[in-house]
Design a protein around this ligand. Structure first.
Ligand code: HEC
Ligand code: HEC
Length: 493
């Protein structure tokens, strides 16, 4: 028996242990990521981001501690209920209590939302008492027997919890997601979701680093995060033309568990970045070096940092979490979704021609990246581009476009008919409407200027884009805007 679990009152609210802890927004619940909480497989740690590593050591330590408190470790995940992640929750009422020889308990439970047999509760899942004398107490599940609906807990309680006490088991889905992730995704996407698994160095494009909270292929409007359904679709179908495989063979509940784990890793990574943003600029090694040159002492700076941590840093972290939670919540709500306000314009030659005109026009500048024939060889691929956010502005060392992760990217070769975000007309519509997030491919939809694209225009372009692979060479090399050769010659004579 591990008495440590009993002392874990995991309410993050400073008011102490809330009675109805599950309705308290912001509760965190510890659970184990793996069968056997204490087994620590090699190399299985959440690593700090490069920017965190740049901080002076007390600042770095605080970031690390904060992340461990709020998200745990890979072996000991924490479900911070403030975020809109489906951790997996099952409510029930104790219908009888049996003491074990070791002094802990087995409960038979009446489950409110499922029948006992269908539940997959794993060892290490968090169990929270929600009523009775132990309301607010968080323990861990030792074993669950679906045949009998009996849960064996890993804690000693005296007196025993009473029949009729209510409980909630949290985190089964997140744990299941982690196990599947470790099996199918980690070698490319890495334990921390940093896109840096052992296989990553051999791949181009690189596996996605989830920690920016940005994803490329979404059905959500520009500036909105990815919807849960988008992630599910991508994982199910894979990303054509890249090493991202399709996971068609996984069951639906497995896919959705993996997706929740990916969302959780993304949120964790973004929390880290947002916390570090609060400290970078004053407390990186380079900042401190400058400050010392300016006359301050190391001791003064560290003392100031300590005061910051003692005074309102927790509140700052809380605010950052609220903002982030709201962003992820919004992505799954209808107003964030791209819903064309007209149905697809029928795919006629006329529509394709209108689309082609727009594609070649100076208003869209598709040509500057994708080239006049769609081969992805526009003039922008020859330019040196600015690094976004660099102060003073710096340029990438290599010519051509880059994504927000700093990887060189090419505009898609549209003559090949391979689309990473899917080949349905609506997929291409979404790509043009919202751009490709985290890349320089701009968003064209939802704007209202006189020269901006309307949804009809976007459909015309979709029809054109989908026709490009079937254009004959002759047609490709004679874009509409250029008159035939004889005429040109005649005109210049
Ligand atoms: C063999 C390597 C590999 C494996 C295994 C792999 N991925 Fe990927 N994944 C990639 C690559 C490469 C990309 C980037 C493709 C691109 O940028 O177009 C990617 C991109 C993604 C994206 C980003 C989609 C977007 O819209 O930005 C998600 C989400 C993702 N993978 C999830 C997963 C999950 C979940 C698993 C396991 C079930 C998995 N991947 C397994 C290589 C892999
Ligand atoms: C500033 C450069 C730029 C401009 C302008 C641009 N694109 Fe792109 N486009 C890209 C890049 C880069 C990618 C590949 C991004 C990635 O997957 O990393 C891309 C990808 C695409 C894709 C592939 C989508 C998929 O699922 O694989 C299509 C289709 C596309 N662009 C169409 C267009 C059209 C149509 C226009 C004009 C209305 C346009 N682009 C304007 C840079 C650009």
């Amino acid at each position: 028996m591990n008495p440590r679990y009993l002392s874990q009152f995991l309410s993050k609210s400073s008011a102490g242990v809330a009675t109805h802890i599950f309705s308290a927004f912001g509760t965190i619940v510890a659970l184990c990521g793996f069968v056997g909480c204490d087994s620590k497989p090699i190399g299985s740690k959440f690593v700090l981001s490069e920017r965190t590593e740049e901080l002076i050591s007390p600042a770095r330590k605080r970031v690390q501690d904060q992340l461990t408190e709020d998200f745990g470790t890979p072996q000991d995940l924490v479900a911070w209920l403030r975020f809109p992640v489906d951790y997996g929750m099952h409510k029930g009422t104790i219908k009888d209590v049996e003491a074990t020889d070791q002094g802990s308990y087995k409960f038979a439970v009446d489950w409110t939302d499922a029948d006992a047999e269908s539940l997959r509760i794993r060892r290490g899942a968090g169990l929270m008492m929600t009523s009775g004398d132990y309301a607010g107490t968080n323990v861990k599940v030792n074993h669950y027997a679906p045949e009998s609906g009996r849960i064996h807990i890993d804690a000693f309680m005296n007196p025993a919890p009473a029949v009729g006490d209510e409980l909630t088991v949290v985190g089964g889905k997140l744990q299941a997601g982690r196990m599947l992730y470790m099996e199918h995704c980690v070698h490319c996407h890495g334990t921390s979701g940093d896109g840096n698994g052992p296989t990553a160095k051999y791949l181009n494009p690189k596996p996605r680093d989830y920690r920016l909270g940005k994803f490329k292929f979404t059905t959500t409007k520009p500036l909105e995060k990815i919807a849960t359904s988008d992630l599910k679709r991508t994982v199910k179908l894979g990303i054509p033309g890249t090493y991202m495989p399709s996971f068609m063979l996984l069951k639906d509940d497995e896919l959705s568990a993996i997706v929740e784990y990916v969302r959780w890793l993304a949120i964790r990574g973004e929390m880290e970045a947002r916390i570090v943003n609060e400290l970078h600029g004053d407390y990186s090694t380079a900042d401190v070096r400058e400050r010392v040159k300016g006359g301050e002492t190391n001791d003064e700076i560290e003392e100031e940092l300590q005061t910051l941590f003692d005074e309102d840093f927790s509140e700052t972290v809380d605010d950052l979490a609220s903002g982030l939670a709201a962003d992820w919540l919004r992505a799954d709500e209808e107003p964030s979704l791209i819903l064309p306000n007209v149905p697809r314009v029928p795919d006629s030659l006329e529509s394709q021609e209108r689309g082609k005109k727009l594609y070649l026009s100076g208003d869209t500048k598709c040509v500057s990246c994708h080239g006049p024939t769609g081969r992805g060889d526009g003039s922008s691929t020859e330019e040196f581009w600015d690094i976004p956010g660099s102060q003073p502005i710096q340029k990438y060392a290599v010519r051509g476009l880059h994504d927000d992760w700093g990887n060189p990217i090419k505009p898609r070769d549209l003559t090949r008919g391979i689309y990473r975000g899917g080949r349905r007309p609506i997929d291409i519509f979404c790509r043009i409407y919202a751009g490709i997030k985290g890349t320089q491919m701009p968003a064209f939809g939802g704007k209202t200027g006189p020269k901006d694209l309307k949804d009809e225009d976007i459909w015309d372009i979709v029809n054109y884009v989908l026709s490009i692979p079937y254009e004959t060479d002759r047609a490709i090399h004679e874009p509409l805007s250029i008159p035939p050769l004889e005429q040109t010659t005649a005109a210049t004579e």
